[in-house]
Write a protein that binds this ligand. Structure first.
Ligand SMILES: [Zn+2]
Length: 248
């Protein structure tokens, strides 16, 4: 972790120092080697937050975008009698968890149950076989109310009536079809394919923003459909994300 109590103050690790974990109150030792980023580590076997993952530059860069008092905020789970440390917890009560590695569905659901207003910020550069495809119209545009997206890599739709009646051979319509060609194009929404999807992210309940580097995040969204839920991405600038959540 980045912070511990040192002489009574929230402080970063300095070579040779010993501090107190702000989460569980145990002794922590400064680790300031040349390989890992400097951090605090528990002196004895960790009885602290079991959800904590090893920090990377990616974590630190994101944390640095938020006020210091939002970073590493500690909670006690009275039901499970466990300590938890939120990566970011804002003044508005929103928790942002920075997730760099894969997570099990069980742990994901436990965290979603624990934090009342949780947002996942996920390092997409770790995803395998993930491809952002073409832009798509706004899936919630009223002109698409009577249609459903096909769950294929090619952008196409079926009529909702065919989904309702479970027509085994529905007409597959593309956006040149006269019923669809007037639907406005958009540059904010994208289809994607994911060869080896992490099941946890496909079954998540709280908002997920994926960071592939650069100035934009991709919010993972879902359109609920009779013929199967359609997952897609919504482009969100990093700047607007931070303007919304990083204000102290
Ligand atoms: Zn601790």
């Amino acid at each position: 972790m980045q912070y511990a109590l040192l002489n009574g103050c929230k402080a970063e690790a300095v070579r040779g120092a010993q501090g107190i974990c702000m989460c569980c109150g145990q002794k922590v030792i400064a680790k300031c080697g040349s390989i890992n980023i400097k951090h605090w580590a528990h002196a004895v076997a960790d009885r602290c937050d079991s959800w904590w993952e090893n920090e990377t530059i990616w974590h630190r860069e994101w944390k640095a975008e938020f006020p210091v008092n939002f970073r590493e905020v500690n909670f006690f789970d009275e039901k499970l009698l466990e300590f938890h440390r939120a990566d970011i917890h804002t003044a508005a009560g929103i928790t942002i968890e920075l997730q760099n590695s894969a997570i099990s569905l069980t742990e994901l659901q436990a965290r979603e149950a624990f934090y009342p207003k949780l947002i996942w910020l996920v390092n997409g550069l770790k995803f395998k076989g993930f491809k952002i495809l073409k832009s798509i119209p706004d899936p919630h545009h009223p002109a698409l109310d009577d249609f459903e997206f096909c769950l294929s890599e090619h952008l196409s739709m079926i009529r909702k009536i065919d989904a309702l009646t479970q027509n085994p051979n529905p007409a597959i319509l593309n956006f040149y079809h006269q019923d669809l060609k007037s639907v406005p194009v958009s540059t904010a929404f994208y289809a994607f394919s994911w060869r080896h999807p992490h099941q946890a992210w496909m079954q998540v309940s709280c908002p997920v923003f994926i960071d592939f580097g650069g100035h934009f995040l991709y919010r993972l969204r879902k359109r609920y459909q009779i013929s199967g839920h359609y997952s897609y991405l919504q482009l969100v600038s990093k700047k607007s994300f931070l303007a919304k959540y990083a204000i102290g």
